[in-house]
Design a protein around this ligand. Structure first.
Ligand code: 5AD
Ligand code: FES
Length: 345
């Protein structure tokens, strides 16, 4: 198996069969071998730097009904909130003073936050914080809306593809949503000039090694600047409440593989990874990740942006995720840097 990892490191490519073989052959030894290669590649390009993005979860209203997600429209127990533009600007100000130079506006697909309102928000943030990068994560919108967002100054867009296999996608989403639309949206975002992020959940219901191989090969085609992955974690008020959670080991292994497949990609150690294990994000960095996304949302709403159960950083003690992560990165010999943290191309 080590030879397959050598081949991956040398060619940044594997066949579907080889990917499946690797995933089925995971052992602690193989993982360690992969992680040491992945760290070498990441340190070649990024040294021991870890980029930070201030995450602002600005609305948990959502018109979609994804079966896995805690803020799906059918969850009548979700306590809905929507930050005002003023509140969002305040989050940015706080974040700026803490050293953030990237803000991620993430929300459900909230019709109340129309394209026009998002555009105004982009203008306002770019006007007050011209040296910051702005990332949007507001789901599927029309091509024209994406174009207008880019025109208004948004730099990046995160939209996970969730799974590249249409038949798998259909089991995770209601009929209204389609894998084809999602992929099209991603190619459109790229075409418009966004630094684009895709990604998927690890261990989502019915996921197989074959599906994961399809995810990796789809990403090869898309060539995104960022790839977000994290373990699937059940939420008690969703149809997937009783489904098993994803595996920490597999998520870390895939982070390592992604680093070798995409040497320069921006790869976050996600909140879900930090939720499944107390040292999950540190281990993600040691497997090849190079980004962390501390929560900048007002503490009063954090518990409400509950995509899955037991999400970290939702209590009063988490007011300063920035310093928490600073300490965590230092403890493993890595350093958070104050910069926009653009991808190398
Ligand atoms: N477990 C893990 N990740 C989830 N997401 C949504 N629901 C869950 C869950 N139950 C992820 C999706 C989405 C991102 C914002 O969060 O991949 O794209
Ligand atoms: Fe949020 Fe540690 S990162 S509390």
């Amino acid at each position: 198996m080590n030879e397959l990892i050598d081949k991956l490191a040398q060619t940044q490519l594997l066949t579907k069969e080889e990917i499946v073989l690797l995933i089925n052959g995971i052992t602690p030894q193989l993982s360690e071998y992969l992680f040491s290669k992945a760290r070498k590649v990441r340190e070649n390009y990024y040294g021991k730097d870890v980029y930070v993005r201030g995450l602002i979860e600005f609305t948990n209203y959502c018109k979609n009904d994804c079966y896995y997600c805690g803020i799906r429209k059918s969850n009548k127990n979700a306590c809905r909130y929507r930050l005002t533009p003023e509140e969002i600007m305040e989050c940015c100000r706080t974040g700026y003073d803490l050293g953030f130079r990237t803000f991620v506006l993430q929300g459900g697909e909230d019709p109340e936050y129309s394209d026009e309102k998002i555009i105004e928000l982009i203008w306002a943030i770019k006007k007050d914080f011209p040296d910051c990068a702005l990332t949007l994560s507001v789901g599927e919108r029309m091509y024209e809306a994406y174009a207008a967002f880019f025109g208004a100054g948004a730099d990046r867009y995160l939209l996970r593809h969730e799974t590249a296999a249409p038949e798998h996608y259909r089991r995770l989403h209601p009929p209204k949503m389609s894998c084809e639309d999602r992929k099209k949206a991603l190619f459109n975002l790229k075409k418009l000039g966004f630094q684009t992020g895709a990604g998927f959940m690890v261990g989502s219901p019915w996921q197989t090694p074959e599906y994961i191989a399809e995810d990796l090969l789809f990403l090869k085609k898309l060539q995104p600047d960022m790839i977000g992955i994290g373990p699937f974690l059940p939420h008690h008020d969703t149809p997937f409440a009783e489904m098993g959670k994803g595996s920490l080991e597999l998520t870390l292994f895939l982070l390592g593989m992604l680093r070798l497949l995409f040497p320069k990609v921006l790869l976050p150690a996600t909140t879900a990874l930090g939720t499944i294990a107390p040292d999950g994000r540190e281990r993600g960095i040691l497997a090849g990740a190079n980004v962390v996304m501390p929560n900048l949302s007002p503490v009063s709403v954090r518990k409400k942006y509950e995509l899955y159960d037991n999400k970290i950083c939702t209590g009063d003690e988490s007011a300063q995720c920035r310093s928490c992560l600073e300490g965590r990165m230092k403890s493993i010999g890595y350093n958070i840097v104050v910069s926009r943290g653009d991808a190398l191309r």
